[in-house]
Design a binder for this molecule. Structure first.
Ligand SMILES: [Zn+2]
Length: 109
């Protein structure tokens, strides 16, 4: 499953960031509208992958990042593929296709 491997890599990042810092209470994630990731699935797998690690029991929060695409020709930005200008130069995704760890919160000891 798509989300399983994504969640595995997320957990690895979280544990690397939390190394030596204590127990992870919360993980704040940025998820792009077009990332093709279902937050519920990520939470589901996280609960199954994290036991026995410093991130066991951590809560995941998801912040949606809207799609932004840019025309490399005229530099204008758009939020919908349908709105793209007529330059026909293709479109680059600026944001909205990512799933990244924005921050983690660890328990004060
Ligand atoms: Zn253009």
């Amino acid at each position: 499953m798509h989300e399983l491997s994504i969640t595995r890599s997320l957990l690895r990042q979280v544990l690397a960031a939390a190394r030596g810092a204590g127990r992870v209470e919360r993980v704040n994630l940025l998820v792009g509208e077009e990332a093709g990731v279902v937050p519920e699935c990520v939470s589901f797998y996280f609960e199954r992958l994290s036991p026995g690690t410093a991130a066991e029991g951590a809560r995941l929060t998801f912040r949606r990042v809207p799609l932004r695409i840019r025309c490399p020709e005229c530099g204008r930005e758009f939020s919908r593929v349908e709105d793209v200008c007529g330059c026909n130069a293709g479109a680059e995704v600026v944001s909205g296709s990512e799933l990244v760890v924005e921050s983690i919160e660890v328990e004060d000891s």
